[in-house]
Design a binder for this molecule. Sequence first.
Ligand code: GRF
Length: 203
Amino acid sequence: RRVVVLISGSGSNLQALIDAQTHDRLGGEIVAVISNEHDAYGLKRAHEAGIEAVALPHREYDSRDAYDGALIKVIERHEPDLIVLAGFMRILTPRFVQRFLGRMLNIHPSLLPAYQGLNTHTRALADGVASHGCSVHFVTEELDGGPVVLQAELAVTEEDTAETLKEKVHAREHLIYPIAVQWFLQGRLQFSPEGAKMDGHLL
Ligand code: GRF
């Protein structure tokens, strides 16, 4: 089973996936890592792991549609079973989402459906929530709105700041993302418009 990972930055979730693969816990092979930022540290991580690392800067394209068209081409060259968004900071066109519907996952730093979008930790703190976390979900046309697959929850304490929350959530992301990817590659996890299914049952 073949996986393509899309990143924009540090790629610590990518690293967690690479580590899982090294320990035979991914259920497949990461065949390429693509970044829209040419200097993303994650490209280095890919390179060091012997994985093809591709920089595809969005600034070199006139429109979102032209960029997504180019991105589709690069992705399809690698014939992936699954596309994993790991800190890919681009809003995708409907054409792109439709092309890979049901075989594209994202990880988001909140307990979805709460706090879609940016600055999730600051917003959660401002609301005084008792718990926070992260979610793996299938990607649909609604930003951060696709069916949730797996979440990790943690308690928010009085001492927490946006920084400490970010760190704690990140550590949870690294635990749950490889598990969700493995479920998908094992054929246990499916997308359906009513929600994600695990072994044929609605989650
Ligand atoms: C993570 O917080 C993830 O939830 C969000 O982008 C961040 C990526 O971090 N989608 P990293 O590049 O994997 O370190």
